[in-house]
Design a protein around this ligand. Structure first.
Ligand SMILES: NC(=O)c1ccc[n+]([C@@H]2O[C@H](COP(=O)([O-])OP(=O)(O)OC[C@H]3O[C@@H](n4cnc5c(N)ncnc54)[C@H](OP(=O)(O)O)[C@@H]3O)[C@@H](O)[C@H]2O)c1
Length: 297
């Protein structure tokens, strides 16, 4: 058996088309252009690439986009001042601070300073709390929301399924476990959240109907960790050396794709799986933030 491969690009394009249509309506009916500010501190090559793809997507979908670059030596006070300015700027509906931040800046302090109504990546304590409480008025982080949409739009039955998530980060693993265990018909999964101290990891993974890998270790999930017919979602993005590639590296996920696809029923590839969904959800959340701020139904 060889798995059906999820086309994350095509699914993301569905969401982007919905977002672009909403943006066009907001402009025509309410003279409102939703705006996203993306803040980059330093010049980490992966972060630079993420930030420019977010910028390009804003332009493509008709959103107002602001990109603010601070040097890698910027201090916490400077960034906090910038966040405060963006919180009160009327053209800005969503604020995203690209992580990782340099060591001298506390990510917790920065995320806590973002106005929760503009926190479109759902990392401020208020939005994290709302997700934990099952309060749908908050914003959930974009990558976990993208995983949820990937499953829903691929027709996967989440309700009652055993979902195993490997990785418990605030950015991916923990919020994906909260999203999929919500008491709603679109979730209602039984979730097991694993991490580096989990015992019998392979055995737990084999009991998963849906296995989600968010670890950051290339090809960590082997075929013997997956049961026949499972749905496998690979969140990992890892650079591995490849002298034959133009850039000298290529991207692989946390799943040994070639081996696992022979056992799974459905699998997301890297690249072209979760990645495009993350940006699509960021655009979606920004438009939702604009509508909420302007009290548009
Ligand atoms: N597609 C996207 O848009 C997107 C977005 C964000 C991240 N990512 C990718 O997703 C991956 C995870 O990102 P992250 O930010 O969640 O990483 P992270 O903060 O480093 O967290 C990694 C998690 O994996 C767990 N882990 C590490 N080694 C393990 C092992 N041997 N066995 C079991 N668990 C292990 C860690 O456990 P402990 O908690 O015990 O340390 C931790 O909970 C990375 O490859 C990242 O690049 C992709």
């Amino acid at each position: 058996m060889s798995a059906r491969i999820i086309d994350g690009k095509a699914l993301a394009e569905q969401i982007n088309a919905e977002t672009a249509a909403t943006v066009a309506q907001l402009k025509a009916r309410h003279k409102l252009t939703p705006g996203l500010a993306v803040v980059l501190v330093g010049d980490n090559p992966a972060s630079v690439a993420y930030v420019s793809s977010k910028d390009k997507m804003c332009t493509r979908l008709g959103l107002h986009s602001e990109r603010i670059n601070l040097t890698s030596t910027a201090g916490q006070r400077q960034l906090l001042q910038l966040i405060s300015d963006l919180n009160s700027k009327k053209e800005v509906d969503g604020i995203l601070v690209q992580s990782p931040l340099p060591k001298q800046i506390s990510e917790e302090a920065i995320f806590a300073a973002i106005d929760p109504s503009k926190d479109v990546d759902g990392l401020s304590p208020i939005n994290v709390g709302k997700l934990a409480l099952g309060d749908p008025t908050g914003f959930a982080p974009c990558t976990p929301s993208g995983v949820h949409q990937l499953l829903l739009r691929s027709g996967v039955a989440i309700e009652g399924a055993h979902v195993v998530v490997i990785g418990r980060s605030h950015l991916v693993g923990r919020p994906v476990s909260l999203i999929l265990s919500q008491k709603t018909p679109q979730a209602n999964a039984t979730v097991t959240l694993c991490h580096s101290r989990s015992k019998n990891l392979a055995e737990i993974c084999r009991s998963a109907d849906i296995l989600i890998a968010a670890i950051g270790v290339p090809r960590f999930v082997r075929a013997d960790m997956v049961c026949v017919g499972a749905v496998v979602i690979d969140v990992g993005i890892n650079r591995v050396e490849d002298k034959t590639a133009e850039k000298g590296y290529r991207l692989v996920g946390d799943v040994d794709f070639d081996a696992v696809k022979e056992k799974a029923s459905l699998i997301s590839p890297v690249p072209g799986g979760v990645g495009p969904m993350t940006i699509a959800m960021l655009m979606h959340n920004t438009v939702r933030a604009a509508k909420l701020r302007h009290e548009i139904a």
